[in-house]
Design a protein around this ligand. Sequence first.
Ligand code: FES
Length: 655
Amino acid sequence: MNKKFVTFLPAGVKVEVESGTDLLTAASKANIEIKAPCGGDGTCGKCAVKLTSGTAKARRDSHLAARMAEKGYNLACQTIVQDEDLVVEIPKTSAMSKHQVLVDSSTAGQGMSEALSDYLLHVWQLKELFQQKQECALNGYPLNPLCRRIKLTLPPANLQDNRDDLNRLTMALKKETKCTDINVPLSIIRNLGEIIRADNFRVRVLLSEVNGKAEVLAIVPGHESKPLYGVAVDIGTTTVVAYLLDLDKGRILETAGTHNRQARFGDDVISRIVYAVDEEDGMKNIHQSIIDTINTLIMDLLVKQRHIKENDIRVMMTAGNTTMAHLFLGINPKFIRLEPYIPTANFYPVVKAQELGIRINADALVFSYPSVASYVGGDIVSGTLFTGMGNEDAPISLLIDIGTNGEMVLGAGDWLVTCSCSAGPAFEGSGITFGMRAMYGAIERMEIDPQTYEVSYTTVSNGKPMGICGSGLIDCLAKLRQTGIIDRAGKFQTSLPTERMRIGEAGPEFVLVWQEETDLDRDIIISEADVKNLLRAKGAVFAGIRTLLNVVGFELESIEHIYVAGGFGNYLNIPDAIAIGLLPDIPLEKYKYVGNTSAKGACMALLSQEAWAEANNLASKLTYIELSAGNLFMDEFVSSLFIPHTDLTLFPNVR
Ligand code: FES
């Protein structure tokens, strides 16, 4: 087949591809990442690029904004390399290139690597990572890691004690660990005789214990021991965060984070499932992408802690949503997205690192947090563990994680109900004209003057504005309503005396930032269609909360704590979130930001067998409510499509 060169600007990276390859695939081959929320389907319009040399075939560009098309842009995923070499310019708005994210100044001088700043991380996560480089919060669980080293002095073999060596070892381990089921792999048995005699029957045994069962991971002569290390990984759909832990001391030694490399197959779990199922080698590629992402993070952790080697890491714990768990373990996720939405597995086997290609000790055990249902995964179980909602004396609480889906858990102690409402990825920036993740240049706070309609804003890392992230969108919606720019149904008041209000390509729009203040080639606007998308997203979350309350027969006032987890972190403006009807109108002191509870729960489970046992117990205990069954959710959803709600008595403090 005919091969051609494609050069990507401004990086100047050249790659050779077969003619017939689309530019999105070519960019991926060149290790250049272009935004592709729809996974190359041609429907999101975010992968715009410009050909500066050569001609190519455009499949369909119907989702490209007209003004971009006029300026000569094409969709990368729909532009096919043919008979000519190409030079392709990637504009800032399409690039997923690395941004410099400044380290929180409060951490300066604490010996923490600034290399982390090189990643496309949510800023809140970055700050949280640094704050957590310390003792890991075990929230009352004992430090009793999933993997530990035991020093044994075995009874010496002699004519009176003529048991075989394996029996000698397992009997001693049973006594020491209280485990009744001990597995010693053949690879260890092969040299067991030599090893136990090398230092006069004194050995160190490395083993992992779970629920009364132990797996021997290694056995060496003598009693001298080195520290033990483990890695906890939060596998997010967008970002992946890894923690290197000293298992003996229960300390986080190092942290690293990066974006999930699966993003090139689509922003959300549905696009990734479609890719995995429908594309040739899709499953293989997408599985390998997450393995590569994690291996890169492990390398990063070890570069910062040079005295620790890959082989020293003996155990790993992962937490992620159900789709991420399936893709990580290479389990076909096909039925997660098909009614009746059944995952292949909710509880996952413990596997050896070498089976997955994870670059730690080949025999290290890899644990995965259990899921509850297709759209309530291990990340939520992990969050439930971290918040202590399942504890005997826990008050009625609500854990809410707003991402692509609004996942939530309501309950106290013995009873816990959970659901996932498809809020859509609006708060993560998808489906919003200038939506973006909380990265450099994202507008995260906003005010609108009620008299002049002038807009003031702050951006992530004070960068020139590039778009609006979730917290900025919530502020924006609240301010548009408070200033009367939109009505309660989200309709624009087009007769307002300001040039910021105008009719754009997609109908009424309001200019948030004039082009001169940006690094872009156009104004940053919010359109009526964007507002409708946001209303649907916030409506789905609030309807989910009301549905759970209805199911268990409680009112909003019964909730003692609302734990806000996930991507908004400390940046969500709770009063504004209440004002738009996203979160319940209850006293602010009942709200608590809990940050990345998926990662925190993963660390807890790695460091405490008791916490891991409770995580498994919680996954069995959580009662999943399928919102698409019955009309309750839909009725609530329709009522929630207004600001703040059709029933204003639910929001007594919102003007
Ligand atoms: Fe190209 Fe979505 S339109 S990736």
